[in-house]
Design a protein around this ligand. Structure first.
Ligand code: B12
Ligand code: SF4
Length: 530
């Protein structure tokens, strides 16, 4: 019997954990041959529609591979692209089974089912494996748990399976496979761009114990209720094995929503990571769980940077609107404690929030001015994902219309305005304050200038406010995410190189260039050996 060919499709990010995990899993099934297409890559706040050529390359690949099943991994902003590619597949061969999975499908299956043969709601590993076996054996796949299957005019909504508790049983995300194809800039390449990255992303857990009103976890926790503990973690041994097998980066980024909190897990991590990996690493936490014991263990293990969300400088907005615990005073205390350990801190903050007032934004500025310098921030614009508690509340309170959660609007907002960039309009004091927040978090404003601009209502302070606003808008267009320098990285590289020349630091410049060249060489070598 011929092997069953399955094509998995990742959209707009070469690093797609679900696809990179399901691919090796499918490889282990007898008689199943997976291929994965990574369709376009993009940076935050920058997006371009697929060109005709890219669509043609995609469909040519589909024709060549002739899969029985095509599975798309879909986040909300990329639904329009998934819809278009699905239509192209169906135009070529109506009988190819198309399945979608991913965050958007899990939170909003009813909006997707019309476009496909089936959906995967929740975790995909068990479902895609069982689906593949059914199709390979020419058996019915209508009763596979986690799948919604179209059957004529009906939709069969199968129950959810228990959450995977033993994360160690999953394969590591795979890189550099021969059966990977990367489509971008009007060409298909086989070389895995992941090998060029300086940072290696590792997920040691799934789930988060918190339930912030703008975050997917607020929905997933109730969706998966009764299906086993939601927050799960791999063993230290398993995590270290993955890093060592992929030994290529300068830094490790643990992409968990909340990194280790369990004492015995951290004890083992502390001793083994520094000895067996020894690379600087970056972690994410909720500030509420960070304590001295955790900090000192992470520092001993080689912590480079810790990231946590402040989200608002107003305790009311943080607690009551965002449903996040914690106060400004606690954040300042924690920031000072971390500064004592000489650990770099990166904070998350959300603005463009209709519940913010001039007063709450001034409170946020006050908080920012009290944090140890220099500042490192992810400054986000609030997004309204379908069915999330905050979205529902904003609709009820008439801050947004229900159409705001339509995928076309989501695509536009998320792909252009995920990270906040200063704007001139609307010409309101709130917008000016938000622009000034941008200046502060990017370390482009002096504290005393900001204090002067905000503390009085004189001609001088108003002029100062206008100056800061103007500065933010101009710098945002040039240096902001998605701005001119961001889109033309070579300028940033040249500027950095030039600064070494100005300082007369030719040694460091040489080391940097050599490192880049070596990285390209070793990535080519890795691809060959994978
Ligand atoms: C790690 C992470 C990233 C990583 C890696 C992303 C990736 N695609 O793997 C990075 C940093 C690159 C990233 C970037 C972005 N992210 Co992100 N990210 C996450 C995070 C924290 C965990 C995701 C994860 O890996 N979970 C573990 C995996 C295994 O689970 P999963 O992704 O849900 O996949 C399972 C199922 O959905 C299903 N499944 C998924 N795909 C498919 C396909 C098929 C065929 C099948 C059968 C099943 C299936 O099976 C998987 C395994 O069980 C989530 C938050 C969360 N809790 O989900 C946000 C999250 C997914 N990200 C989000 C967003 C918006 C983004 C960005 C658009 C932000 C930006 N910078 O512009 C980009 C887009 C990236 C892209 N194009 O994929 C949103 C998506 C919201 C939505 N409704 O779509 C989330 C949910 C965060 C949030 N706001 O709540 N992200
Ligand atoms: S702590 Fe972070 S990951 Fe967890 S629910 Fe809140 S925003 Fe989401």
């Amino acid at each position: 019997m011929e092997d069953l060919t399955i094509v998995l499709v990742a959209l707009y990010r070469y690093l797609n954990f679900p696809v990179r995990t399901m691919h090796p899993l499918l490889e282990k099934i007898d008689g199943v041959k997976p291929h994965s297409i990574f369709f376009k890559d993009c940076e935050t706040n920058s997006f371009n529609y697929p060109t005709r050529k890219e669509e043609a390359l995609f469909i040519d690949l589909i024709k060549k591979l002739n899969p029985r099943i095509v599975g798309f991994s879909v986040l909300s902003p990329y639904v329009p692209v998934a819809s278009r590619l699905t239509r192209l597949i169906k135009e070529y061969n109506q009988s190819t089974l198309v399945i979608w999975g991913g965050a958007h499908v899990t939170i909003s299956p009813e909006s997707c089912i019309d476009q496909v043969d089936m959906l995967c709601v929740g975790e995909g590993e068990g479902a895609i494996g069982e689906l593949a076996e059914c199709v390979r054996n020419e058996k019915s796949y209508h009763a596979v748990n986690n799948l919604w299957v179209k059957n004529g005019d009906r939709v069969i909504k199968n129950p959810l399976r228990p959450l995977i508790q033993d994360l160690n049983s999953l394969p590591f995300p795979a890189y550099g496979k021969d059966s990977y194809y990367f489509i971008n800039s009007n060409k298909v390449v086989k070389k895995d761009p992941a090998f060029l990255a300086d940072t290696f992303l590792v997920q040691t857990s799934r789930g988060c114990p918190y339930s912030c009103s703008y975050c997917i976890n607020s929905l997933l926790q109730s969706l998966f209720k009764g299906l086993g503990p939601y927050t799960r973690r791999r063993s230290v041994d398993n995590v270290i094995k993955e890093i060592r097998e992929n030994n290529r980066a300068d830094t490790i980024y643990f992409i968990d929503e909340v990194f280790g909190t369990d004492k015995s897990w951290l004890d083992e991590f502390e001793t083994r990571y520094s000895k067996e990996v020894g690379l600087p690493f970056y972690v994410e936490y909720n500030p509420k769980v960070i304590n001295t014991t955790i900090i000192s263990k992470l520092v001993n293990a080689g912590l480079d940077m810790i990231n946590f969300g402040i989200q608002s400088g107003s305790d009311f907005i943080r607690n009551q609107i965002f449903n996040r615990p914690g106060t400004n005073e606690e954040i300042i205390k924690l920031a000072q404690e971390l500064a004592g350990y000489k650990v770099k801190v990166k904070y998350d903050l959300i603005i463009d929030n209709p519940y913010d007032t001039e007063e709450s934004l001034k409170g946020t500025i006050e908080l920012l001015l009290r944090l140890p310098k220099p500042l490192f921030f992810n400054l986000y614009s609030l997004q309204y994902f379908p069915h999330h508690p905050l979205t529902e509340k904003a609709i009820r309170d008439k801050y947004i219309r229900p159409e705001f959660t339509h995928v076309d609007v989501l695509m536009k907002r998320i792909t252009q305005n995920w990270v906040f960039v200063p704007r001139l309009f609307p010409l309101t004091k709130k917008q000016i304050l938000q622009n000034i927040i941008w200046l502060i978090v990017w370390n482009h404003a002096q504290d005393r200038t900001v204090r002067y601009a905000l503390s009085r209502d004189t001609v001088g302070s108003r002029l100062c406010l206008a100056y800061l606003n103007f500065k933010a808008i101009i710098l945002g267009k040039i240096l902001g995410i998605g701005g001119f320098v961001w889109r033309n990285r070579w300028i940033a590289y040249c500027m950095r190189g030039f600064s070494y020349v100005l300082r007369g630091d030719f040694g460091s410049l040489y080391v940097k260039i050599k490192k880049k060249v070596n990285k390209r060489r070793s990535s080519a070598l890795r691809q060959k050996t994978s």
